[in-house]
Design a protein around this ligand. Sequence first.
Ligand code: SF4
Length: 217
Amino acid sequence: MTYAVKEIYLTLQGEGNHTGRAAVFMRFAGCNLWTGREQDRATAVCQFCDTDFIGIDGPGGGKFKSADALADAVAAQWPQGGGGVPYVICTGGEPLLQLDSPLIDAFHARGFEVGIETNGTLAAPDGIDWICVSPKAAAPLVQTSGNELKLVFPQKEIEAHPSRFEGLCFEHFYLQPLDVIGEPAQTAAHVASAAAYCLAHPLWRLSTQTHKMNGLP
Ligand code: SF4
């Protein structure tokens, strides 16, 4: 299997349950809910994406011809001698278009915990240590269990209302205010409405994108 990777970099997880934890982000190229091209956004299933996942031209990106080659590239980003458990977050795009058992095994062989951030439209293979599902619009949800459900809020589709997910098998439920780039007033309104929802429905916790506030990638 050849893996197409947009970028690989070390940062601090900015969102959800592992906020503040050092992690190697490994961003796969491609998504099944949007092409990534602006001219296709209006007709995409997922229309609020703020991520560039096209191509393999980011820092550390490229085509990797084997699971070992990709796992070596990820491991090279982890600081040596600093303690802590090495952690890789497989994201995208949609990571489950490419993440497979040989790659999970290759990460584990190098001492890494493996996390994913997925839109939940594909089933996750066994062996992933932390599954974060972020349902998008009316896209059908296939991966209905995991560690963390992180819902961008609000979304206009009734299928993406928080109440639709409360009975699913997750340990943590997060609402993440929809960030409208260049529209701080709209973003602030979304923070307020997400906070109000969490106050009225304590199953849900507020997840803010701390990496953006702190100037991290
Ligand atoms: S599912 Fe995720 S990666 Fe794909 S278009 Fe939506 S936000 Fe972007």
